[in-house]
Ligand binder design. Structure first.
Ligand code: FA5
Length: 337
Protein backbone atom coordinates (compact mmCIF):
# COMPACT_ATOMS: atom_id res chain seq x y z
CA UNK A 1 0.00 0.00 0.00
CA UNK A 2 2.78 2.38 0.95
CA UNK A 3 4.89 1.77 -2.14
CA UNK A 4 1.87 1.86 -4.38
CA UNK A 5 0.65 5.09 -2.78
CA UNK A 6 4.02 6.79 -3.00
CA UNK A 7 4.36 5.70 -6.65
CA UNK A 8 0.94 7.26 -7.41
CA UNK A 9 2.00 10.46 -5.70
CA UNK A 10 5.26 10.64 -7.60
CA UNK A 11 3.54 10.24 -10.92
CA UNK A 12 1.05 13.04 -10.24
CA UNK A 13 1.41 16.01 -12.58
CA UNK A 14 -0.95 18.60 -11.22
CA UNK A 15 -2.12 20.05 -7.94
CA UNK A 16 -5.75 19.04 -8.40
CA UNK A 17 -4.83 15.46 -8.97
CA UNK A 18 -2.98 15.47 -5.63
CA UNK A 19 -5.53 17.29 -3.52
CA UNK A 20 -8.76 15.99 -5.03
CA UNK A 21 -7.95 12.45 -6.16
CA UNK A 22 -4.86 10.83 -4.65
CA UNK A 23 -5.24 12.37 -1.18
CA UNK A 24 -8.92 11.36 -1.00
CA UNK A 25 -8.19 7.85 -2.30
CA UNK A 26 -5.33 7.18 0.08
CA UNK A 27 -6.13 9.14 3.20
CA UNK A 28 -9.86 9.87 2.84
CA UNK A 29 -12.59 8.42 5.10
CA UNK A 30 -13.08 5.48 2.77
CA UNK A 31 -9.39 5.03 2.01
CA UNK A 32 -7.42 1.92 3.05
CA UNK A 33 -5.52 3.54 5.88
CA UNK A 34 -8.56 5.02 7.62
CA UNK A 35 -10.29 1.68 7.18
CA UNK A 36 -7.28 -0.14 8.65
CA UNK A 37 -7.15 2.21 11.63
CA UNK A 38 -10.89 1.74 12.17
CA UNK A 39 -10.50 -2.06 12.03
CA UNK A 40 -7.94 -2.06 14.88
CA UNK A 41 -10.69 -2.32 17.46
CA UNK A 42 -11.58 -5.77 16.02
CA UNK A 43 -8.03 -7.13 16.47
CA UNK A 44 -6.84 -8.98 19.55
CA UNK A 45 -5.75 -6.48 22.19
CA UNK A 46 -2.06 -7.48 22.03
CA UNK A 47 -1.88 -6.87 18.24
CA UNK A 48 -3.51 -3.45 18.36
CA UNK A 49 -0.47 -1.29 19.30
CA UNK A 50 1.75 -2.84 16.67
CA UNK A 51 -0.80 -2.60 13.84
CA UNK A 52 -1.87 0.86 14.99
CA UNK A 53 1.63 2.28 14.99
CA UNK A 54 2.43 0.65 11.62
CA UNK A 55 -0.72 2.10 10.05
CA UNK A 56 0.08 5.55 11.52
CA UNK A 57 3.63 5.31 10.18
CA UNK A 58 2.35 4.54 6.67
CA UNK A 59 -0.22 7.36 6.92
CA UNK A 60 2.51 9.85 7.96
CA UNK A 61 4.79 8.74 5.15
CA UNK A 62 2.02 9.13 2.62
CA UNK A 63 1.04 12.49 4.07
CA UNK A 64 4.67 13.70 3.89
CA UNK A 65 5.00 12.46 0.31
CA UNK A 66 1.75 14.28 -0.56
CA UNK A 67 2.95 17.52 1.07
CA UNK A 68 6.32 17.33 -0.69
CA UNK A 69 4.73 16.67 -4.07
CA UNK A 70 2.21 19.43 -3.53
CA UNK A 71 4.97 21.94 -2.73
CA UNK A 72 6.93 20.79 -5.78
CA UNK A 73 3.92 21.14 -8.10
CA UNK A 74 2.93 24.51 -6.64
CA UNK A 75 6.44 25.81 -7.15
CA UNK A 76 6.45 24.57 -10.72
CA UNK A 77 3.09 26.22 -11.40
CA UNK A 78 4.35 29.49 -9.90
CA UNK A 79 7.52 29.34 -12.00
CA UNK A 80 5.47 28.73 -15.14
CA UNK A 81 3.22 31.64 -14.25
CA UNK A 82 6.20 33.92 -13.65
CA UNK A 83 7.67 32.99 -17.02
CA UNK A 84 4.32 33.44 -18.78
CA UNK A 85 3.62 36.80 -17.16
CA UNK A 86 7.11 38.19 -17.36
CA UNK A 87 7.15 41.91 -18.08
CA UNK A 88 10.06 43.41 -19.91
CA UNK A 89 10.38 46.76 -18.21
CA UNK A 90 12.92 47.87 -20.79
CA UNK A 91 10.33 47.80 -23.62
CA UNK A 92 9.01 51.24 -24.62
CA UNK A 93 5.51 51.77 -23.22
CA UNK A 94 2.38 52.84 -25.07
CA UNK A 95 2.40 56.63 -24.87
CA UNK A 96 -0.28 58.07 -22.59
CA UNK A 97 -1.86 61.25 -23.96
CA UNK A 98 -1.10 64.08 -21.54
CA UNK A 99 -3.63 66.84 -21.02
CA UNK A 100 -2.92 70.54 -20.79
CA UNK A 101 -4.89 73.63 -19.84
CA UNK A 102 -7.32 75.01 -22.43
CA UNK A 103 -5.77 77.94 -24.29
CA UNK A 104 -8.30 80.39 -22.78
CA UNK A 105 -7.52 79.13 -19.29
CA UNK A 106 -3.81 79.72 -20.03
CA UNK A 107 -4.54 83.33 -21.05
CA UNK A 108 -6.64 83.81 -17.90
CA UNK A 109 -3.81 82.40 -15.79
CA UNK A 110 -1.36 84.74 -17.52
CA UNK A 111 -3.62 87.74 -16.85
CA UNK A 112 -4.16 86.72 -13.22
CA UNK A 113 -0.40 86.31 -12.66
CA UNK A 114 0.18 89.76 -14.07
CA UNK A 115 -2.35 91.37 -11.73
CA UNK A 116 -1.25 89.34 -8.72
CA UNK A 117 2.19 90.85 -9.42
CA UNK A 118 0.58 94.30 -9.11
CA UNK A 119 -0.96 93.44 -5.73
CA UNK A 120 -4.49 92.49 -6.83
CA UNK A 121 -6.40 89.65 -5.20
CA UNK A 122 -8.26 87.09 -7.34
CA UNK A 123 -11.88 86.21 -6.53
CA UNK A 124 -14.49 84.10 -8.27
CA UNK A 125 -18.25 84.54 -8.19
CA UNK A 126 -21.43 82.70 -9.15
CA UNK A 127 -22.39 82.13 -12.80
CA UNK A 128 -26.05 81.82 -11.79
CA UNK A 129 -26.50 85.31 -10.44
CA UNK A 130 -29.15 87.56 -8.93
CA UNK A 131 -30.59 90.34 -11.07
CA UNK A 132 -29.73 92.59 -8.11
CA UNK A 133 -25.95 92.10 -8.53
CA UNK A 134 -25.81 91.64 -12.31
CA UNK A 135 -27.88 94.75 -13.08
CA UNK A 136 -29.47 96.71 -10.25
CA UNK A 137 -26.37 97.32 -8.14
CA UNK A 138 -24.50 98.05 -11.37
CA UNK A 139 -26.71 101.11 -11.81
CA UNK A 140 -29.08 99.32 -14.17
CA UNK A 141 -32.57 99.45 -12.63
CA UNK A 142 -35.32 97.16 -13.99
CA UNK A 143 -36.54 99.48 -16.77
CA UNK A 144 -33.11 100.80 -17.83
CA UNK A 145 -32.75 100.74 -21.65
CA UNK A 146 -29.04 99.77 -21.40
CA UNK A 147 -30.11 96.31 -20.18
CA UNK A 148 -30.63 95.60 -23.88
CA UNK A 149 -26.87 95.94 -24.39
CA UNK A 150 -26.53 92.50 -22.84
CA UNK A 151 -29.29 90.15 -23.97
CA UNK A 152 -29.90 87.92 -20.99
CA UNK A 153 -30.73 84.26 -20.29
CA UNK A 154 -33.22 84.54 -17.41
CA UNK A 155 -33.91 81.60 -15.11
CA UNK A 156 -36.62 83.37 -13.10
CA UNK A 157 -37.52 87.07 -12.90
CA UNK A 158 -34.80 87.62 -10.31
CA UNK A 159 -32.25 84.93 -11.22
CA UNK A 160 -30.22 84.88 -14.43
CA UNK A 161 -27.03 83.57 -16.05
CA UNK A 162 -24.65 86.45 -15.42
CA UNK A 163 -24.06 88.49 -18.57
CA UNK A 164 -20.82 89.97 -17.26
CA UNK A 165 -18.34 89.55 -14.41
CA UNK A 166 -19.22 93.08 -13.20
CA UNK A 167 -21.56 91.77 -10.44
CA UNK A 168 -18.31 90.85 -8.67
CA UNK A 169 -17.67 94.59 -8.32
CA UNK A 170 -20.84 94.97 -6.24
CA UNK A 171 -20.21 91.74 -4.31
CA UNK A 172 -16.67 92.75 -3.27
CA UNK A 173 -17.44 96.44 -2.67
CA UNK A 174 -20.25 95.41 -0.34
CA UNK A 175 -17.85 93.40 1.82
CA UNK A 176 -14.64 95.41 1.57
CA UNK A 177 -13.34 97.08 4.71
CA UNK A 178 -11.61 100.27 3.51
CA UNK A 179 -10.10 100.91 6.94
CA UNK A 180 -7.79 97.96 6.08
CA UNK A 181 -6.64 99.42 2.75
CA UNK A 182 -7.68 99.92 -0.88
CA UNK A 183 -9.66 97.41 -2.93
CA UNK A 184 -7.67 95.83 -5.79
CA UNK A 185 -9.40 92.79 -7.15
CA UNK A 186 -9.72 90.79 -10.36
CA UNK A 187 -12.34 88.16 -10.99
CA UNK A 188 -12.16 85.76 -13.96
CA UNK A 189 -15.10 83.61 -15.01
CA UNK A 190 -17.65 82.48 -17.56
CA UNK A 191 -20.53 84.71 -18.69
CA UNK A 192 -23.58 84.09 -20.89
CA UNK A 193 -25.47 86.19 -23.42
CA UNK A 194 -28.20 85.61 -25.97
CA UNK A 195 -25.72 86.71 -28.66
CA UNK A 196 -25.85 85.06 -32.06
CA UNK A 197 -22.66 83.06 -32.50
CA UNK A 198 -20.32 84.45 -35.19
CA UNK A 199 -16.53 84.64 -35.66
CA UNK A 200 -16.09 87.14 -32.79
CA UNK A 201 -19.17 86.40 -30.64
CA UNK A 202 -20.10 83.38 -28.57
CA UNK A 203 -23.21 82.95 -26.37
CA UNK A 204 -20.88 81.69 -23.64
CA UNK A 205 -17.50 83.31 -23.18
CA UNK A 206 -15.06 84.48 -20.53
CA UNK A 207 -14.42 87.79 -18.88
CA UNK A 208 -11.92 89.04 -16.36
CA UNK A 209 -13.26 91.83 -14.20
CA UNK A 210 -10.95 94.24 -12.45
CA UNK A 211 -11.63 96.94 -9.88
CA UNK A 212 -9.44 99.36 -7.95
CA UNK A 213 -11.02 101.66 -5.34
CA UNK A 214 -9.09 103.99 -3.08
CA UNK A 215 -8.70 107.72 -2.45
CA UNK A 216 -7.32 109.76 -5.36
CA UNK A 217 -7.45 107.19 -8.17
CA UNK A 218 -7.55 108.84 -11.59
CA UNK A 219 -8.28 108.00 -15.20
CA UNK A 220 -4.50 108.13 -15.71
CA UNK A 221 -4.17 105.11 -13.39
CA UNK A 222 -6.72 103.25 -15.51
CA UNK A 223 -4.98 104.11 -18.77
CA UNK A 224 -1.58 103.10 -17.39
CA UNK A 225 -2.94 99.79 -16.10
CA UNK A 226 -4.66 98.91 -19.39
CA UNK A 227 -1.68 99.85 -21.50
CA UNK A 228 0.60 97.84 -19.25
CA UNK A 229 -1.72 94.83 -19.50
CA UNK A 230 -2.16 95.00 -23.28
CA UNK A 231 1.51 95.54 -23.96
CA UNK A 232 2.52 92.72 -21.63
CA UNK A 233 0.16 90.36 -23.41
CA UNK A 234 0.60 91.45 -27.00
CA UNK A 235 3.97 93.13 -27.02
CA UNK A 236 4.54 95.90 -29.51
CA UNK A 237 3.20 93.77 -32.34
CA UNK A 238 -0.25 95.37 -32.06
CA UNK A 239 -1.55 98.90 -31.77
CA UNK A 240 -3.86 99.75 -28.93
CA UNK A 241 -6.47 102.48 -28.74
CA UNK A 242 -8.82 103.71 -26.03
CA UNK A 243 -12.11 105.02 -27.35
CA UNK A 244 -14.88 106.86 -25.45
CA UNK A 245 -17.80 104.57 -24.73
CA UNK A 246 -20.80 104.12 -22.47
CA UNK A 247 -21.45 101.76 -19.58
CA UNK A 248 -24.11 102.53 -16.95
CA UNK A 249 -21.71 101.57 -14.15
CA UNK A 250 -18.75 103.76 -15.18
CA UNK A 251 -18.44 107.45 -15.94
CA UNK A 252 -16.51 108.28 -18.02
CA UNK A 253 -16.30 104.98 -19.90
CA UNK A 254 -13.88 103.69 -22.51
CA UNK A 255 -13.43 100.68 -24.70
CA UNK A 256 -10.03 99.35 -25.73
CA UNK A 257 -9.40 98.02 -29.20
CA UNK A 258 -6.40 96.13 -30.50
CA UNK A 259 -5.43 96.00 -34.18
CA UNK A 260 -6.55 92.91 -36.05
CA UNK A 261 -4.12 90.20 -36.92
CA UNK A 262 -5.10 89.96 -40.58
CA UNK A 263 -5.12 93.53 -41.78
CA UNK A 264 -3.57 93.95 -45.19
CA UNK A 265 -4.23 97.63 -45.75
CA UNK A 266 -7.54 96.99 -47.46
CA UNK A 267 -9.34 95.85 -44.34
CA UNK A 268 -9.69 93.02 -41.84
CA UNK A 269 -12.34 90.33 -42.18
CA UNK A 270 -12.59 89.42 -38.52
CA UNK A 271 -12.94 93.02 -37.41
CA UNK A 272 -15.68 93.85 -39.87
CA UNK A 273 -13.16 95.82 -41.96
CA UNK A 274 -12.55 98.38 -39.25
CA UNK A 275 -9.04 97.11 -38.57
CA UNK A 276 -9.68 96.94 -34.82
CA UNK A 277 -11.12 94.36 -32.47
CA UNK A 278 -12.69 95.42 -29.19
CA UNK A 279 -11.16 93.55 -26.26
CA UNK A 280 -12.33 95.31 -23.13
CA UNK A 281 -14.62 97.85 -21.55
CA UNK A 282 -13.56 100.09 -18.67
CA UNK A 283 -14.12 103.36 -16.89
CA UNK A 284 -14.23 105.25 -13.62
CA UNK A 285 -16.66 103.49 -11.25
CA UNK A 286 -19.98 105.39 -11.17
CA UNK A 287 -20.71 106.99 -7.77
CA UNK A 288 -24.12 105.24 -7.75
CA UNK A 289 -22.39 101.84 -7.80
CA UNK A 290 -20.28 102.84 -4.80
CA UNK A 291 -23.26 104.28 -2.91
CA UNK A 292 -25.45 101.21 -3.52
CA UNK A 293 -22.66 99.01 -2.12
CA UNK A 294 -22.43 101.22 0.98
CA UNK A 295 -19.16 102.98 0.07
CA UNK A 296 -18.75 106.74 0.67
CA UNK A 297 -18.50 108.04 -2.91
CA UNK A 298 -17.31 111.46 -1.69
CA UNK A 299 -14.17 109.89 -0.24
CA UNK A 300 -13.51 106.84 -2.40
CA UNK A 301 -13.41 106.31 -6.13
CA UNK A 302 -11.55 104.32 -8.72
CA UNK A 303 -11.66 102.40 -11.96
CA UNK A 304 -13.01 99.11 -13.24
CA UNK A 305 -12.56 97.10 -16.39
CA UNK A 306 -13.97 93.98 -17.96
CA UNK A 307 -11.93 92.20 -20.59
CA UNK A 308 -12.59 89.29 -22.91
CA UNK A 309 -9.85 86.63 -22.78
CA UNK A 310 -11.45 84.77 -25.70
CA UNK A 311 -10.73 87.77 -27.91
CA UNK A 312 -7.24 88.02 -26.39
CA UNK A 313 -6.58 84.39 -27.31
CA UNK A 314 -7.79 85.05 -30.88
CA UNK A 315 -5.36 87.93 -31.27
CA UNK A 316 -2.46 86.29 -29.55
CA UNK A 317 -2.65 83.09 -31.58
CA UNK A 318 -4.20 84.35 -34.82
CA UNK A 319 -7.41 82.34 -34.39
CA UNK A 320 -9.99 83.66 -36.81
CA UNK A 321 -13.13 82.14 -35.30
CA UNK A 322 -13.99 82.25 -31.58
CA UNK A 323 -16.19 79.16 -32.02
CA UNK A 324 -13.06 77.04 -32.54
CA UNK A 325 -12.34 77.40 -28.80
CA UNK A 326 -15.64 75.71 -27.93
CA UNK A 327 -15.80 72.86 -30.45
CA UNK A 328 -13.48 70.70 -28.33
CA UNK A 329 -11.57 69.48 -31.35
CA UNK A 330 -8.38 68.11 -29.82
CA UNK A 331 -6.49 68.63 -33.10
CA UNK A 332 -7.14 72.36 -32.74
CA UNK A 333 -6.69 72.61 -28.97
CA UNK A 334 -3.47 70.59 -28.81
CA UNK A 335 -1.69 73.29 -30.86
CA UNK A 336 -1.62 75.38 -27.71
CA UNK A 337 0.11 72.78 -25.55
C1 FA5 B 1 -19.06 94.50 -20.33
O1 FA5 B 1 -19.47 93.33 -20.22
C2 FA5 B 1 -18.76 95.31 -19.15
N1 FA5 B 1 -19.17 94.63 -17.96
C3 FA5 B 1 -17.26 95.62 -19.13
C4 FA5 B 1 -16.90 96.66 -18.14
C5 FA5 B 1 -16.48 96.29 -16.89
C6 FA5 B 1 -16.97 98.00 -18.48
C7 FA5 B 1 -16.14 97.25 -15.96
C8 FA5 B 1 -16.65 98.99 -17.55
C9 FA5 B 1 -16.23 98.58 -16.31
P1 FA5 B 1 -18.93 94.41 -22.92
O2 FA5 B 1 -20.32 93.96 -23.17
O3 FA5 B 1 -18.36 95.36 -23.90
O4 FA5 B 1 -18.77 95.07 -21.51
O5 FA5 B 1 -17.98 93.14 -22.84
C10 FA5 B 1 -16.63 93.24 -22.43
C11 FA5 B 1 -15.74 92.40 -23.31
O6 FA5 B 1 -16.21 91.07 -23.38
C12 FA5 B 1 -15.71 92.85 -24.75
O7 FA5 B 1 -14.77 93.87 -24.91
C13 FA5 B 1 -15.30 91.60 -25.47
O8 FA5 B 1 -13.90 91.40 -25.39
C14 FA5 B 1 -15.96 90.53 -24.67
N2 FA5 B 1 -17.23 90.11 -25.27
C15 FA5 B 1 -18.43 90.72 -25.25
N3 FA5 B 1 -19.36 90.00 -25.86
C16 FA5 B 1 -18.75 88.89 -26.32
C17 FA5 B 1 -19.18 87.72 -27.01
N4 FA5 B 1 -20.45 87.53 -27.36
N5 FA5 B 1 -18.26 86.78 -27.30
C18 FA5 B 1 -16.97 86.93 -26.91
N6 FA5 B 1 -16.51 87.99 -26.24
C19 FA5 B 1 -17.38 88.96 -25.94
Amino acid sequence: LRDDGIAQINQATDVNEITKEIKVNLLGKKGPITQALRGIKDLPVEKRPEVGSYANEIRDEIQNALDAKLTELENKALEAQLVAEKIDVTLPSTPVAKGHPHVIQSIIDEICDMFIGMGYEVKSGPEVEEDKYNFEMMNLPKDHPARDMQDTFYITKEILMRTQTSPMQARTLEKHDFSKGPLKMISPGVVYRRDTDDPTHSHQFHQVEGIVIDKNITMGDLKGTLEYLLHQLFGNKYDIRLRPSYFPFTEPSVEADVTCFKCDGKGCDVCKHSGWIEVLGAGMVHPNVLKMAGVDADVYGGFAFGLGPDRFAMLKYGVEDIRDFYLNDVRFLSQFN
